[in-house]
Design a protein around this ligand. Structure first.
Ligand SMILES: [Fe+2]
Length: 189
């Protein structure tokens, strides 16, 4: 990545400020080429976000990066099947919206971009925040009938048996997080 895009300058956001606005989510959904209610769609993004919030509260990873990863990492999919380029497309879409639909300082944006680009490769070695992004996604594999393998997870927080069981149960029952309605203003049919 040569150009980080427009910077909002020093990051002064309060941790409680809403980062993923209804407008940002609406833009991502309208851009999404797949069924937004499909297995890589909105409900998956919301569970990944909640997995990430839980991991961040344990390991101190950068919450804003992890939350934005949840909604961008699969946004560039062109198929629900194997799609090796979708991480790069999701990263580039985030770059296109940076400074317009959300703000993130340069250091955090580099982490978000890296996490999106490399999330399809099965890697485990990276910055803690990037690892936490990947774990948030991998903990939701139960939706496609796969139990998350601790060997494929990156962080100690994600490898905890109780964490895997909590996330897997939610993904297998297709749990619909209330944040979809409460934070994003979307009603899932
Ligand atoms: Fe995903």
């Amino acid at each position: 990545m040569n150009d980080l895009g427009p910077s909002a300058g020093p990051c002064v956001r309060n941790r409680r400020e809403v980062l993923i606005t209804k407008e940002l989510l609406g833009t991502i959904v309208s851009h999404y080429a797949q069924n937004e209610n499909g297995r890589h769609g909105i409900v998956h993004w919301a569970r990944v976000l909640e997995n990430g919030r839980r991991l961040c509260s344990i390991n101190g990873a950068r919450r804003q990066v992890v939350e934005l990863f949840a909604v961008f990492h699969d946004s560039g999919r062109v198929t629900e099947k194997r799609d090796p380029g979708h991480g790069q497309r999701g990263a580039d879409f985030a770059l296109a919206l940076r400074g317009k639909a959300f703000d993130l300082d340069d250091e955090d944006f580099k982490l978000l971009y890296d996490a999106c680009v490399r999330h399809t490769d099965g890697e485990t070695m990276a910055d803690l925040t990037v690892q936490t992004c990947w774990d948030s996604d991998r903990l939701d594999l139960g939706r496609v009938n796969i139990t998350p393998d601790p060997a494929m997870l990156c962080t100690e927080a994600a490898k905890e048996k109780s964490m895997i069981e909590w996330a897997e149960a939610r993904s297998r029952e297709n749990h619909v997080p209330t944040l979809i309605r409460d934070e994003w203003g979307i009603v899932i049919p």
